[in-house]
Design a protein around this ligand. Structure first.
Ligand SMILES: Nc1nc2c(c(CN[C@H]3C=C[C@H](O)[C@@H]3O)cn2[C@@H]2O[C@H](COP(=O)(O)O)[C@@H](O)[C@H]2O)c(=O)[nH]1
Length: 341
């Protein structure tokens, strides 16, 4: 398989030629300054993945890694046509929306004795079983259920045929390298090949593949098979929430034309120029924020390269976006229906 430019190289290339999206260097620096104190708090670190999110697995076991692989295989396209009517999944007395609705549905199935995290189960799951497991508790179903069914069957079959049915086997083959695990995932699981063409050049984002590596690092608490010496080589995960929060924080800007299209609720296609610019500039913007943050600590004589990286910055910004929905309601997110994010 032809090796494409990395997401970081792709982001640099896109940001340098982007027409409708721009990274605001001064804005990025200001965001780094505003995060200075936050970045040294425990919740910003790896432990936040479990301590801040009750639906994430508590254990650091093979079963927990299987949970992460299943969830990140389905970790795409949760936005609803209207904010009022959306898919909700009730679990243990609480209603979850968006990505967390997916996690709630997985945990609900496991509580009901359905082995949803087992490759031998989802490799041959029927569409009706997918509809049942991922059913919404409102009139609005989870988006792209047919695609989720196809992706589950495909990923489960590959996991059984190439990795004995266990994603932990794939993790062990990476020999503690995040980049090697990223490559193994992209080469073996087609639905993770999140790529595009920009100005005639192939580019990569690998949003689900990178978040899969990151969530594996997190669920294994950065230890043993989950220790990755090069975890800092990952970029943020180019979804539809990070761009929204970067524009809200004035680290990134949209042209008037693009803002108008977004406000009208235009649905873009995966690979459209504007969509590629939004995703590439988001990655590049966060690369700058990370760099500025590390520089600020270095000026104080502190080497924070083990405590600050794009993964932890992403997690923080994504959670921030979730917690500040109301403040961000005037910043539209870009709408694409695809299996990549
Ligand atoms: N960049 C980035 N994108 C992320 C995540 C996550 C979930 N990760 C959490 C899980 C464990 C950790 O604690 C993380 O906090 C989901 N998404 C994407 O967001 C969108 C869903 O948004 P909404 O409609 O509001 O639920 C959709 O594209 C989904 O793929 C992340 O972390 N970073």
């Amino acid at each position: 398989m032809e090796a494409l430019p990395s997401p970081l190289e792709s982001a640099r290339f896109i940001a340098g030629r982007s027409r409708d999206v721009s990274v605001d260097e001064e804005g990025a620096r200001k965001v780094a300054e505003s995060l200075f104190d936050k970045a040294s708090e425990a919740a910003f670190g790896l432990s936040g993945w479990k301590s801040l999110h009750e639906l994430n697995p508590r254990a650091a076991s093979e079963e927990a890694v299987s949970w992460v692989f299943l969830v990140d295989t389905l970790n795409f396209s949760f936005w609803s046509e209207s904010a009022e009517q959306k898919c909700l999944v009730r679990y243990k007395g609480k209603a979850y929306s968006g990505y967390w609705a997916l996690c709630a549905a997985v945990n609900r199935a496991l509580d009901d004795g359905i082995p949803i995290t087992s490759a031998s189960y989802y490799a041959t799951m029927t569409l009706d079983q997918v509809r049942q497991v991922f059913r919404s508790d409102t009139e609005v179903p989870m988006p792209l259920l047919e695609e989720r069914h196809r992706v589950l069957n495909e990923s489960g079959t590959v996991l059984l045929e190439k990795f004995g049915g266990s994603f932990l086997t794939c993790v062990k083959m990476s020999e503690n390298s995040a980049q090697k695990l990223l490559r193994l995932v992209v080469e073996n699981f087609p639905s993770y090949r999140d790529e595009a063409v920009f100005e005639k050049k192939k580019v990569s984002f690998y949003k689900r593949a990178q978040i899969l590596v990151a969530d594996t690092w997190s669920v294994l608490e950065g230890k043993g098979d989950g220790f990755f010496g090069d975890i800092s080589s990952l970029t943020i995960f180019a979804d539809y929430r990070i761009p929204q929060v970067l524009v809200h924080l004035k680290a990134m800007k949209y042209s008037e034309d693009l803002m108008k299209k977004l406000r009208e609720g235009t649905v873009f296609k995966s690979g459209d120029r504007e969509e590629v610019e939004i995703r590439g500039c988001s990655i590049w913007c966060c690369t700058l924020i990370c760099k500025h943050l590390l520089d600020l600590y270095e000026k104080k004589g502190q080497d924070m390269r083990d405590q600050i990286n794009a993964v932890l910055l992403d997690y923080y910004l994504w959670d921030y976006a979730r917690d500040h929905r109301e403040d961000m309601k005037d910043i539209p997110f870009h709408r694409v229906r695809c299996i990549y994010y």
